[in-house]
Ligand binder design. Structure first.
Ligand code: SAH
Length: 251
């Protein structure tokens, strides 16, 4: 029996209506769907005839080891025609897509990648601040300070220092060390920063602050994924969410 095809599909930042039409069509015809923790239930529900299998992870919680996910995708393609691997945001950005692609290639399984709206772009749309601005910002970097188990430390700060605008993914758990590292490297403590939690989702909130105050974000028990924007384009950002939190903390 010929094997099926695996689609690595971007589910977008959260809101179900930010899913692409191509992704929705693939979900409708899927036989089996493997999905990440951050994917909205309404998106998974589009795969009405498929088996739904959670393989995702949130920081510190139980997750399925990547190698096991790779194997399950290969096994599923040998049993089903349409296998969908749904990933939050875009599969090609901090989504470990390369490991799944490598496993599928090694097994000779046909695959296709379907892009999604990455959270940095959804969050930028919501705060209405362009990542680039004529005369002010012509380079953008997407970084994460996070390193996986057994990996070499990565020099994320170098990229942030050399870009006009930086977006930090998976950084909420280490805001104090992010700020300390950048200030130590010579970034002005007054550098504007915006934190966007739950972009495109109901519990969304935005915080505008200076780099020197970034560590205080950890005092607010904020629930949900967040991106941290750093750059001069945020100096004039109109951000409302401070109203939702005690003013004194940001005085
Ligand atoms: N491939 C995903 C990123 C996966 S890594 C993408 O393209 O968006 C997970 C990180 O993405 C989170 O720690 C957070 O930094 C960011 N993220 C995911 N969903 C988000 C959302 N709705 N709002 C803000 N940040 C989000």
């Amino acid at each position: 029996m010929p094997s099926g095809k695996v689609y690595l599909v971007g589910a977008g930042p959260g809101a179900p209506d930010l899913l692409t039409l191509r992704a929705a069509a693939l979900l409708k015809q899927a036989d089996i769907v493997f999905y990440d923790a951050l994917v909205h239930a309404d998106i998974i529900a589009l795969a009405a005839h498929a088996a739904h299998i959670a393989v995702g992870k949130r920081c510190g919680k139980q997750s399925t080891a990547q190698r096991f996910i790779n194997k399950r995708l290969v096994d599923a393609a040998r049993k089903h025609m349409h296998v969908v691997r749904l990933k939050g945001g875009d599969p090609m950005l901090f989504g470990r897509a390369h490991e799944e692609i490598a496993a599928l290639k090694a097994a000779g399984i046909d695959f296709e990648v379907v892009p999604g709206v990455t959270s940095a772009l959804a969050a930028s749309a919501e705060i209405a601040v362009s990542l680039t601005q004529r005369g002010l910002a012509r380079s953008v970097t997407f970084v994460t300070p996070r390193v996986g188990e057994g990996e070499q430390p990565n020099d994320w700060a170098r990229a942030v220092m050399s870009a006009d605008t930086a977006v930090v993914y998976m950084g909420l758990g280490q805001v104090a060390s992010i700020a300390a590292t950048l200030i130590e490297r010579g970034m002005p403590p007054s550098k504007p920063v915006v934190v966007v939690v739950n972009a495109s989702l109901a519990g969304r909130c935005e915080l505008k602050l200076k780099l020197r105050d970034l560590h205080r974000v950890s005092e607010l028990a904020m629930d949900g994924p967040a991106v941290i924007f750093i750059g001069d384009v945020y100096s004039e950002a109109s951000v409302k969410a401070l109203e939702a939190f005690p003013q004194a903390r940001y005085a």
